[in-house]
Ligand binder design. Sequence first.
Ligand SMILES: NC(=O)c1ccc[n+]([C@@H]2O[C@H](COP(=O)([O-])OP(=O)(O)OC[C@H]3O[C@@H](n4cnc5c(N)ncnc54)[C@H](O)[C@@H]3O)[C@@H](O)[C@H]2O)c1
Length: 271
Amino acid sequence: MGNTMRFENRVVLVTGGANGIGRASVEAFAAEGASVVIADIDAAEGQRLAAGLSSATFVRTDVTKMADAQRAVQTAEDTYGGLDVLFSNAGIALYSLIEDVTEEHYERLMGVNFKGHVWMCKYAIPALRRRGGGAIVCTSSVQALSTQTTVPIYAASKAATLAMTRGLSMDHAHENIRVNAIVPGSVDTPMLRNAAKNRTPDNVEGTIASWGRMHPIGRVICPEDVAKLVLFLCSDDASALTGASYLVDGGLMAKLPVILPDAAGETGEVA
Ligand SMILES: NC(=O)c1ccc[n+]([C@@H]2O[C@H](COP(=O)([O-])OP(=O)(O)OC[C@H]3O[C@@H](n4cnc5c(N)ncnc54)[C@H](O)[C@@H]3O)[C@@H](O)[C@H]2O)c1
């Protein structure tokens, strides 16, 4: 069976697991034998997803709440006897210039996108230690590295995630707990579709296709593409990898936004 059942007898907790990248990852972990705890605020989708899998449980979790994070980890230990993997992935996108940022906007963005990782890791790490080690993957974004207009707080939340990932990896490497981050480009999820809908309500597909053309691979990334990276990072195949971040961006970060004149003085088209 090769490495197709890398997570047999493993327990995996996925935040933001009801939709998008989290959902694709839940399905991929389950397909490779994991028992999965789906932690999300979206109870309808989370419960529906869990019901269709052979070994999965939904636990309503708002990752901004410390008690909810504790309950999610406790659910993994009570239901399946322990925790081996945390995919800390829940996130939201809000757009604003800094002068229009409200206290609520700031608290929500940093709450879900950064504090959520803090609480989830706070409770997951002792549980991983009780199993003799494990893996954590946190979801960042290309916005942590190179950004656009109207997302200064989102970008900061994603950069903070990278910094904490490195810090946690230092503190816990000696106890066989690996901590890495993923750095996606545009991924075709409800989050991306909402952003496209806000911009062009009548042409969501066209907008997503145009964003896709900005990526050197010529398309936006599929949630399943991201899930493959997450599973690799959480598997024994990645046992030497910790404290690092991994692009899954279709070449976006490798690309200059202009095409400079080549040696013959020719300029190409700007994609
Ligand atoms: N889609 C993209 O283009 C893209 C690019 C880079 C990074 N990301 C990041 O990937 C992660 C997943 O995004 P997605 O595109 O799948 O989004 P999505 O909106 O499709 O799914 C996010 C999930 O998180 C859940 N969620 C929201 N707030 C929560 C909270 N307080 N507690 C628990 N769950 C909560 C939602 O209910 C939803 O199920 C996010 O961290 C996002 O910032 C997305």
